[in-house]
Design a protein around this ligand. Structure first.
Ligand code: NAD
Ligand code: DAU
Length: 331
């Protein structure tokens, strides 16, 4: 099978490519990635010589046409993915997440190529802290940020292309991922690398906000379950019952790294900061038989800390520019 992976030099996409090369010898992977600030070809070093890499933009119809024509399956990870950046400059989010998805959909329609669309739980907005409810595939869309609204827009394009044009598509909406190769702008790697640098971790606002953490390997095994067994036109929510508030996560990072658990600072909150995300993954578990491997967040987090300690050469070049952006925001 010939598989085109967009965004394969990013965090989740590169882990997906590693897992695919390891576990699916019958699949030939081509990565299409623009290598934005968030993409790093070195994230594909573990599969060097085993995949084809094409540097290019998903919003460019020519390269998209050329690569989709030769694929049996497209798995679409490429996106502008960071909420804080979307609040500062939404345009790259509209361009990549909406127009880029449109170009891919038109190409898979033209060549009748199977398409899997990787999306986020943020399309559903947020939940109250004391709400017993979780997101399900029937929860109405209610995105809060430019990032999540462009992801919601892209999901709606996929639904329309599936229904109106018969594009063979599935969608997954996953909760917050953690693991190796995540950019240091994101919450967990930012705090780990701050501690390595002797800088106090930064908690937005009160830190009561809850995220539903899942290890990136579990996200990607769920994506493969959907590719293998998912029903066309359907949406599957991916999550591993990993709800934790940010304060708890920061304290755990400090403890695991041998620091006092209160050695962090509260900083300016994110405007429009979503309070809580929580995924009900019953459909994925019962219909497709998927289950996560990382069931203890503490163990997955400790392994992730070890990875950042052992791979400073990978993250060090991103660190100063990332912190300079945060400094402007007082965060
Ligand atoms: P990331 O920012 O780490 O990686 C994005 C990749 O896309 C980078 O390699 C970047 O170079 C590439 N890219 C950006 N614009 C491009 C363009 N115009 N053309 C081609 N390539 C381009 O993101 P991530 O965290 O790995 O997220 C991957 C996908 O998973 C996204 O669609 C995101 O919405 C979704 N998602 C992420 C999470 C999470 O917790 N990180 C959770 C659920 C869903
Ligand atoms: O829910 C899935 C989403 O998870 C994905 O769609 C996004 O691509 C991904 O970036 C992530 O979005 P969040 O905004 O939840 O992730 P982030 O890592 O930016 O922040 C996680 C939480 O931590 C959030 O409540 C904000 C807070 N935070 C973040 C940073 C960077 C802090 O308290 N301090 C920080 O320094």
């Amino acid at each position: 099978m010939r598989m085109l992976v967009t965004g394969g030099a990013g965090f989740i996409g590169s882990n997906f490519v590693h897992q695919t090369v390891r576990e699916r010898p019958d699949v030939h992977v081509t990565v299409l990635d623009a290598l934005t600030y968030a993409g790093d070809e070195r994230s594909l070093d573990p599969v060097d010589g085993k995949v084809t890499f094409a540097k290019g933009d998903i919003a460019d119809p020519d390269i998209v046409d050329r690569l989709v024509k030769d694929a049996d399956l497209v798995v679409h990870f490429a996106a502008e993915s960071h909420n804080d950046n979307s609040l500062h400059d939404p345009w790259p989010f509209v361009r990549t997440n909406v127009i880029g998805t449109y170009q891919l959909l038109e190409a898979v329609r033209r060549y009748d190529v199977r398409y899997h669309h990787v999306s986020t739980d943020e399309v559903y907005g947020d939940l109250e802290l004391d709400d017993p409810a979780k997101f399900t595939p029937d929860t109405p869309y209610n995105p809060s940020s430019p990032y999540s609204s462009t992801k919601a827009s892209s999901d709606l394009l996929v639904r329309a292309w599936a229904r109106s044009f018969g594009v063979r598509a599935t969608i997954s909406n996953c909760s917050n991922n953690y693991g190796p190769f995540q950019h240091v702008e994101k919450f967990i790697p930012r705090q780990i690398t701050n501690v390595v640098d002797g800088v106090r971790p930064k908690l937005y606002g009160t830190g009561e906000n809850v995220r539903d953490w899942i290890h990136v390997e579990d996200h990607n095994s769920a994506v493969w379950s959907i590719i293998d067994k998912g029903r066309l036109g359907e949406t599957y929510l991916i999550g591993a019952d990993g709800e934790k508030d940010n304060k708890t996560v920061i304290e755990l990072i400090l403890e695991l790294m041998g620091q006092p658990s209160d050695a962090y600072d509260h900083v300016n909150d994110r405007p429009g900061h979503d309070l809580r995300y929580a995924i009900d993954a019953t459909k994925l578990r019962s219909e497709l038989g998927w289950a996560p491997r990382y069931t203890t967040f503490e163990d997955g987090l400790a392994a992730t800390i070890d990875w950042y300690r052992a791979n400073e050469a990978w993250w060090r070049p991103q660190k100063d520019a990332t912190e300079a952006k945060y400094a402007v925001l007082g965060r």
